[in-house]
Design a protein around this ligand. Structure first.
Ligand code: SER
Length: 651
């Protein structure tokens, strides 16, 4: 089946009068008011306030509780895994939500019907479907009359087994107690929180207080025994099961029962509503309809892969053993993500989203050089244009912006290609001058890092100069770098506010302005001693010998409002802690910080910013979005300790 048909069938299925979902427009890839994350990475992300209890109103202002869409998403967390048959950085997530309306019974039955029904759905054979449900977790203690650990999701388990029974399939539980999961024993598997709990920030213990999450139930498609790679892998002697990653099973949908909010260590409370948050990859679902476990063989990639084949003269299927297939997949994926990002106004730069776009483009260029076996080929190489064009061609009917922005997209890619080409030339010059001791693994890694020289290329040039590189030593340097990047991107998601409602986010940025203004007016002894933000006000504690005079209070309030009216951009940089301290950014003195931190700054650049603070976010995109604020009152709460209440005005 074509992906566009899968997408349309899914939307229609949930919109149909029996299920009455409202179709919503997908959010942009970069969420303007949510700097907690660099890219939209799942369909639920723009819906967090509604999952937390706010009413969702449709375009006519009517409150609706059932939503459906297909959300373009980018996940860079596992960029290094792209190259296998299933991982991509860009994907479309089919999503449906119940905001305190239907729950497990309807969600599980409807999704099963969508997958298996011949007419309204995809007509997949239920014999090829395997299921996972939450096994329970003693670390999820749900507080109520009696606080208790969350047990196994027997309700989902029994709904699933009933649905299979209705199709004449005996769907046994495969693993109860200490039994290892094994498809020989059944069809429905219990897994712990690592696999069957979903939140934006991972397992229950990884979640910060305030974050929402819940147990989930996944559906896996079985492509059959011949796709099992056990004999080649470390799972060789292990029993096969849906989550063993052997290549036989592909996860195609995840129903999250978004029902809890973390309130303390191991402690959770029920959200005001029991919600459903479903997400399923369009690429993977299409692959299941095509009975190929390789998403790169679906029509969402065919033209793009063909363009890679044409421009390199290599065959996608031909050279698997040489890793050519892997290279082609990376190029196709990264160019696709880049095309979508540029169409949404992201341009290559050295910061935030722009940096990641640059990384995607350059990474695909390096892989292209590897395929072509020519490191100098970048400047003026038309391959990237042909591949980008194939992406536009693939999506032009579903994403109209791509056609209208075609010229811009190609221009940006051309410019980045030539800039990178120049960098590569510089790298080549550097290599030429290396001799003796300089021909070492660290320099080889630096060439890779800074100039995009693949190891194999450097190795070849070094060997011409008589040096044989040690791949292990190079890999060590690579791994150290990778660990650091992981920490950096993890840092982006850590810390910060629990409540992401628009009022709280606006007050949060206003509080940064308040602290900076207090320091400018009263002096640098003003530091943050305490802070608490609700939708109605921000409460801020700081040391000062005396209460502020009315004039001083007015001066502070005026300064905050002046900066608001200047609409200063709000940005952050992720820096190693030592470097962050050197920027003079303010930080809470008694707090411990990770090795890498986020520094939020309000202004055009970090050095000349009005305010610089260690902070997890989120914040508004520019200070103008705060609207006017007012200092509501001031209190003395201890010897030399003051408290100010700040509120949003006219809102
Ligand atoms: N939020 C869940 C996911 O991203 C389901 O939509 O997998």
């Amino acid at each position: 089946m074509k992906a566009s048909e899968v997408r349309q069938k899914y939307i229609n299925f949930f919109k149909a009068s029996l299920r009455k979902h409202t179709e919503i427009s997908p959010a942009p890839l970069v969420l303007e008011d949510d700097p907690t994350t660099l890219f939209t990475s799942s369909g639920m992300q723009p819906l967090v306030p509604y999952l937390m209890g706010e009413s969702y109103k449709d375009e006519g202002g009517k409150v609706v509780k059932r939503l459906v869409d297909s959300q373009p998403s980018i996940r860079l967390g596992d960029i290094e895994e792209v190259g296998d048959n299933r991982h991509t950085t860009f994907f479309e997530m089919l999503g449906n939500w119940s905001l305190g309306d239907y729950f497990k019974k309807e969600q599980i039955s409807w999704f099963f019907e969508f997958l298996t029904d011949d007419k309204e759905g995809l007509g997949l054979d239920p014999n090829n479907l395997y299921i996972s449900v939450f096994a329970g977790d003693e670390h999820v203690r749900v507080s109520g009359k009696v606080t208790q650990s969350l047990g196994p999701d027997v309700e989902s388990m029994s709904i699933w087994s009933g649905l299979f029974r209705d199709k004449g399939i005996d769907a046994k539980t495969a693993n109860i107690g200490n039994k290892k999961p094994d498809i020989k024993n059944g069809r429905i598997f219990y897994y712990g929180a690592e696999k069957n709990w979903w939140s934006r920030t991972g397992t229950p213990s990884q979640m910060p207080v305030g974050e929402i999450g819940g147990p989930d139930s996944e559906v896996f498609y079985d492509f059959g025994e011949k796709y099992k790679f056990h004999e080649k892998s470390e799972w060789k002697d292990e029993p096969c099961h849906p989550n063993c990653d052997c290549g036989r099973f592909l996860e195609i949908g995840n129903s999250v029962f978004m029902q809890f909010q973390k309130v303390g260590e191991d402690t959770f409370e029920e959200l005001p509503n029991k919600n459903v948050d479903f997400g399923g990859g369009l690429e993977r679902t299409t692959a299941a309809t095509e009975k190929t476990p390789d998403v790169f063989r679906t029509d969402l990639y065919n033209k793009v892969i063909e363009a890679v084949e044409k421009t390199t003269g290599e065959e996608y299927a031909g050279k698997e053993k040489y890793g050519f297939m892997e290279l082609m997949r990376i190029i196709a994926d990264h160019m696709k993500a880049s095309v979508f990002l540029i169409s949404e106004g992201v341009f290559p730069s050295n910061k935030m989203q722009g940096y990641l776009l640059r990384r995607l483009l350059r990474r695909s260029m390096v892989k292209m050089q590897k395929l072509k076996g020519d490191v100098t080929s970048t400047i003026g190489d038309l391959s990237y244009i042909e591949i980008a064009d194939a992406v536009i061609e693939t999506y032009k009917d579903s994403y109209l912006d791509l056609s209208s922005k075609r010229d811009l997209i190609l221009k940006v890619i051309k410019e980045e290609r030539d800039k990178f080409g120049v960098t590569l030339q510089k790298g080549l010059k550097i290599i030429k001058d290396y001799k003796g001791d300089q021909l070492n693994e660290l320099n080889a890694f630096d060439l890779y890092q800074s100039y995009g020289f693949p190891y194999e290329v450097t190795q070849e040039i070094f060997s011409e100069k008589g040096k044989i590189l040690d791949k292990n030593k190079f890999d060590e340097a690579f791994k150290r770098h990778q660990d650091l990047s992981r920490k950096l991107s993890a840092g982006v998601f850590k810390g910060g506010l629990a409540d992401h409602s628009p009022e709280v986010v606006r007050l949060h940025t206003a509080t940064h302005l308040l602290l900076a203004s207090l320091r400018k007016i009263l002096g640098e002894h003003v530091v943050q001693k305490g802070q608490n933000i609700t939708k109605d006000r921000s409460r801020f504690d700081f040391p000062n010998p005396e209460k502020l005079t009315d004039e001083q209070l007015k001066e502070v309030e005026d300064m905050v409002n002046k900066v608001i009216s200047e609409k200063l951009p709000v940005n952050f940089e992720v820096l190693p802690k030592e470097e962050a301290l050197k920027t003079g950014a303010i930080h809470a003195f008694n707090e411990k910080y990770a090795d890498t931190v986020k520094v939020y700054y309000l202004g055009e650049n970090l050095n000349e910013a009005f305010s610089r603070e260690f902070c997890g976010g989120p914040h508004v995109a520019n200070t103008g979005k705060i609207g006017r604020v007012k200092i509501e009152k001031q209190e003395k709460i201890g010897a030399g300790l003051l408290r100010i209440y700040l509120v949003l005005k006219n809102n």
